[in-house]
Design a protein around this ligand. Structure first.
Ligand code: AMP
Ligand code: TRP
Length: 325
């Protein structure tokens, strides 16, 4: 039997270079060798302020963007989390085994609650994420580096369940790319590129047009000095750009740093912008060809497939916990 890969992305805010390089490219790659299940995690998105008026559109746009990035809906299962109630149910069941101590250690809760306030949904976010993954008995979870802590919690919960009730869950591994796992903000290269950064110039979006990409890259914060060198301590801005260039050209950062050592910052930024424009061109053109109604219909069909697929595991868990005869 093929191993299962599972991952999720929130449908709020536009997908940026960090999401693409840190996660989506691996989603696409894993389709080749895994039974891949990918989820638009709309329930997770409700844990920070959002607009219900535009949310349905944002969900559809996220689904289209994931397909445009290279997810083949004939090969992988792509669906909305809220269409499969077993996510929330298993989240509750796992919540009964999650200690507050473990949740208190989650750094993402600290970061997000500073902005969004301290709410139960945000606090329980990692438990729902564990449920997402375990519901499909996933072995591999392609994510960016910021999710490693959540993956550790998921493994702990799987182990606890296996010991306390019944050996049901494999322990899922995070699949984190060697480079691109933490793409930094273009405005502040010591913090990660993020959907929630108020500055739009801090991130290049996966679907940004060529002019926008060139403009944003041109304004990227670089470092004092004039030398192009891969050095995160002294030159985080340049190192971030080198890493992005490396990911779009399939060349090592060292050889790129050598080649551009004497290049002017402005010229270098244009080189990076051009590589990004070229690399994202297929994504942009696939997106433009997608039909809203067709994708919406696909997601309705996939809701059924998701529910069918989740049901047996959910049943097994319920029986193991004594909720079924
Ligand atoms: P989110 O936008 O929070 O739904 O994240 C979707 C995926 O993108 C997750 O796997 C994150 O780990 C990943 N991700 C988010 N921001 C970055 C970043 N700046 N660099 C690399 N990966 C990221
Ligand atoms: N927490 C992830 C993020 O912010 C999104 C997510 C939700 C997820 N459920 C998941 C990722 C399950 C991988 C597997 O990016």
């Amino acid at each position: 039997m093929m191993e299962v890969a599972f991952s999720g992305i929130q449908p709020t805010g536009d997908i940026h270079l960090g999401n693409y390089l840190g996660a989506l490219r691996n989603w696409v790659r894993l389709q080749e060798s895994f039974d891949a299940v990918y989820c638009i995690v709309d329930l997770h998105a409700l844990t920070i302020p959002y607009d219900p008026e535009t949310f349905a559109t944002e969900r559809l746009e996220a689904a289209k963007a994931v397909i445009a990035a290279g997810i083949d809906p004939d090969r992988s299962l792509l669906y909305y989390q809220s269409d499969v109630p077993a996510h929330a149910e298993l989240g509750w069941l796992l919540g009964t085994m999650t200690s507050l101590g473990a949740l208190n250690r989650m750094t993402q809760f600290k970061d997000k609650s500073d902005q969004a306030g301290e709410f139960l949904g945000l606090y329980a976010y990692p438990v729902l994420m564990a449920a997402d993954i375990l519901l499909y008995r996933a072995n591999a979870v392609p994510v960016g580096e910021d999710q490693t802590q959540h993956l550790e919690l998921t493994r702990d919960l799987a182990e606890r369940f296996n010991q306390r009730y019944q050996e049901i869950f494999p322990l899922p591994e995070a699949i984190i790319p060697e480079r691109g796992a933490r793409v930094m903000s273009l405005k502040n290269p010591t913090s990660k590129m993020s959907k929630s950064d108020p500055s739009e110039a801090s991130r290049v979006l996966m679907l940004d047009g060529p002019d926008t990409i060139v403009k944003k890259m041109g304004k990227a914060v670089t470092d004092s000095g004039t030398e192009i060198r891969y050095d995160w301590l002294e030159k985080p801005g340049i190192s971030n750009l080198l890493e992005i260039l490396s990911l779009f050209t399939d060349r090592s950062v060292d050889s790129l740093a050598d080649e551009h050592a004497g290049t002017q910052y402005g010229v270098f930024k244009k080189t990076v912008a051009d590589a990004v424009v070229e690399g994202l061109e297929p994504v942009r053109s696939r997106y433009a060809e997608l039909d809203d109604v067709e994708v919406a219909n696909l997601m309705v069909r996939n809701a059924d497939r998701g529910r069918e697929r989740a049901a047996p595991l959910q049943d097994e868990v319920m029986r193991a916990m004594g909720l079924r005869p």
